[in-house]
Design a protein around this ligand. Sequence first.
Ligand code: PMP
Length: 327
Amino acid sequence: HMVTVRYADGKGWYEPRVEARGPIPMDPASAVLHYAQEIFEGLKAYTTPDGGVAMFRPDANANRFNQSAARMAMPALPVETFLQSLHEIIKIDRNWIPEDPEGSLYLRPFAYASEVFLGVRPANEYLYLVIASPVGPYFSGGVKPVSIWVTPDFTRAAPGGTGAAKCGGNYAAGLSAQAEASEHGCDQVVYLDAVERKYIDELGGMNVFLVLDDGSLITPPLTGTILPGITRDSVIKLAERAGRKVEERPISLQEWREGAASGRVREAFACGTAAVITPIGTIKSEDGDFTVADGGSGEVTMAIRKELVDIQRGRAEDPFGWVHRVL
Ligand code: PMP
């Protein structure tokens, strides 16, 4: 199925509908096709041990959606409407949620400029939709480290750009970088900052953390060039609750490389909704390759991963009230 809600200036959001999933008619002059005014979110619904259905921090997705909307000069969607649209699709597509306790129903809320006109200005009409698709476990047969390629050619976002927004254009611009990473035999691309080409920003679809030899965590700060990951935020809160120091500060590639060599950097991991947490294996770059420790699954990485997944799946206490029961 799909959920649709329309928007028009002066009218606000109106006509919420749940209908059979199918093509959406579009005029060739629909603004989104030309000026890419479009934003989206991604989150999962899954079964809980007692047979219910839950989502993880959907309110955080709603807030990020509205931050993306503000950046793209689009109207905010009431948080209630966002949450309700997810409830509706889960209720009607419940049979699509995999039985597998590690599987889930991926939810994709998005909105785009549907007004028909050619001209560079914010549209006066938008369409919001939600579609859903079942996904199996991200890893079958145990967590596997991701290999990453430090792109010398491309940046993800410059200061003042759209890096902090989840808009389609960011991902379109990342396709060449991802292809470059694949050509170098890597799973994902890692971007350096656009100004000095020195500091780590993030991966194509994940945020980055390093674990230092004193047990503390470091991660690049939210200065507007990276996506404020909800998994990133959850990792910070869990680590701090466990008494770990977490520093959000610039991390240069050089610090990472030298720390890996000296033992100051003990573990490296990436995080995002899809894989939750995954160790970073080989780091490839034009200046040579390196790994942190043996490039495998570090102790702290795997402990935080287990803690987070257990909370998400209802197997552990939920101290922050993150799990949102739907059914
Ligand atoms: N950075 C980028 C560029 C992403 O696409 C994602 C995935 N949404 C993330 C980071 C991780 O964000 P989250 O933890 O909210 O999935």
